[in-house]
Design a binder for this molecule. Structure first.
Ligand code: IMP
Length: 396
């Protein structure tokens, strides 16, 4: 029966953030000429963040497959671990954006659950620099045969109707052809076996991980390897060439780091307390949006610029340039100038969450001209854009 099942696969060939979500969303739309019966996520959990633009709106999905945007049966597969609270939040967020997940979402009964203990356990993790979403502990307990499966956790809950047995779903339910689009998570160099151990995730991010969801190698049809024109990595690993000025430039142009542009006097939380930004030096350790400790690798002084002042409900005021990105409660990033009343901003650790009290306003205004840099930005962004819009490397 295997010749009636075809599996197309979208995999990240790097270390995440290569637009897998957008590519999957595009392929699932049918514009590529293929009509899928299923979109399946088969590894990872809430550690992933796929940014998807649908009908002019931006969505961030962590565990829900992109098939829900196109009315395709969307399966959280056997290789995934599920944070139930996160799943419910994600379902609500999609519904409030006009995407009703309920009719399409299905959950493999042998997927595993991220428990509250798993989340607490990862709370202070700094060695690997994980996403602190409890994934590692959940996979550890799965393999130690101490985990909780979805079929157990969801018994008697509204999720029970979404549970499926993957073998029945693909091999027993009907004789009609089944065409699956597999939405990979993380990336090849974060794979538990093939990545730079221990700076890896806890699941299988390559083609092997696809098969673990009930397929055989003959059913694999096309594999799309997603890459971007430069590599990014989030975690505790220190790169030898981190101080190369070229990388600093690419990082700034692609806005690929927690670069911050603040006026003199603004306080920055470092490992030895708050320091005015002008006193922060290369080598100091600063605390990031989710409480990670990161070394400062570059500092620079800019000309006068537009500065936005954000006042949060706890009385804290933050002054940054308009491009400075704030980490939001839903896992997305919003630029200072685009923050709205009612948005929830995460401050220093995921335990602190505050809403802006006023719309951001700017204090002074002067434009500096960076013509040369702008040309470079444009060139790099164009390449990045091209990848995001379907400039995909086809492997076979
Ligand atoms: P974990 O998956 O949360 O255990 O994190 C392990 C490593 O994988 C850390 O370096 C994370 O930053 C990285 N990681 C996990 N998920 C993603 C992802 O979706 N994109 C990029 N990096 C990720």
């Amino acid at each position: 029966m295997s010749n009636r099942i075809f599996v197309d696969v979208v995999l990240d060939m790097q270390m995440g953030d290569s637009a897998k979500g957008k590519i999957t969303h595009h392929l699932a739309s049918g514009k590529s000429g293929k009509n899928y019966t299923h979109v399946l996520r088969g590894n990872g959990g809430g550690n992933a963040g796929h940014s998807i633009y649908h009908n002019g709106k931006k969505f961030i999905t962590h565990i829900i497959p992109a098939g829900v945007f196109h009315g395709i049966r969307s399966v959280i597969g056997a290789g995934c671990v599920i944070n139930v609270e996160g799943l419910i939040r994600e379902m609500h967020q999609l519904k409030s954006g006009g995407v009703d997940v309920g009719p399409y979402l299905r959950i493999a009964n042998n997927a595993h659950i991220v428990t509250t203990e798993h989340l607490h356990e990862e709370n202070g993790e700094t060695t690997v620099g994980t996403t602190r979403t409890g994934n590692g502990p959940a996979y550890r307990d799965k393999y130690a045969r101490m985990g909780v499966r979805a079929e157990t956790a969801f018994r008697g809950t509204p999720f029970a109707d979404m549970l499926i047995d993957l073998h029945t779903e693909f091999y027993k339910n009907s004789d009609n052809p089944i065409r699956v689009l597999y939405e990979g998570a993380q990336g090849f160099y974060l794979d538990i076996d093939w990545g730079d151990y221990p700076y890896v995730t806890s699941s299988h991010c390559g083609i092997g991980g696809v098969l673990l969801n009930g397929f055989n190698h003959k059913q694999i049809d096309t594999v799309y390897g997603a890459v971007k024109c430069y590599e990014t990595y989030v975690g505790a690993k220190q790169f030898e060439d981190a101080n190369n000025p070229l990388f600093a430039k690419i990082r700034e142009i692609g806005q690929e780091y927690g670069a911050t542009c603040m006026p003199k006097g603004e306080l920055v939380l470092t490992s030895f307390g708050y320091l005015p930004v002008e006193k922060v030096k290369v080598g100091h350790e600063v605390i990031t949006h989710i409480g990670r400790v990161r070394k400062v690798i570059n500092t620079s002084i800019h000309d006068k610029n537009v500065i936005y002042k954000i006042t949060l409900e706890n009385g804290l005021t933050l002054r940054t340039n308009g491009k400075h990105q704030y980490y939001m409660a839903d896992g997305s990033w919003v630029k200072a100038k685009q923050l709205k009343l009612g948005d929830e901003v995460i401050v220093h650790s995921q335990t602190e969450m505050w809403k802006p009290l006023k719309e951001p306003n700017f204090e002074f205004f002067e434009i500096s001209s960076w013509e040369e840099l702008e040309i470079l930005i444009l060139a790099i962004l164009l390449v990045k854009q091209n990848v995001e819009n379907g400039g995909i490397l086809e492997l076979h």
